[in-house]
Design a protein. Structure first.
Length: 100
């Protein structure tokens, strides 16, 4: 991989912004813990941390690394679970609002 200035500065930027996003997600979870979407917000930092780790590993590591493929697989699985849980929660809220 060609080492350029943009590549070298993007790695710390990805780590810092990813870490900040995870911290904000944890703080949001603290505020929303007792609500219906509290458990979904609890999954958000995990998905964000995995996505940040994947992108840093993709920038640093080899493109066809087994570790990189594993991180990508776990990240996508967590994101699918998060979206599925959001859909179920939305349906539950709608059902309770209509009284069915």
């Amino acid at each position: 991989m060609v080492d350029t200035l943009l590549h070298s500065t993007s790695i710390p930027f990805a780590i810092v912004t990813g870490t900040a996003a995870v911290v904000v997600a944890f703080l949001s979870w603290e505020a929303l813990r007792q609500s219906l979407i509290g458990r979904l917000v609890a999954l958000l930092p995990l998905a964000m941390a995995l996505a940040t780790g994947y992108h840093v590993a993709a920038l640093v590591g080899r493109p066809a690394s087994v570790l990189l493929e594993a991180i990508q697989s776990v990240t996508y699985t967590v994101i699918v679970l998060l979206v599925f849980s959001l859909v179920l929660t939305h349906r539950r809220i709608r059902r309770e609002a209509t009284g069915r």
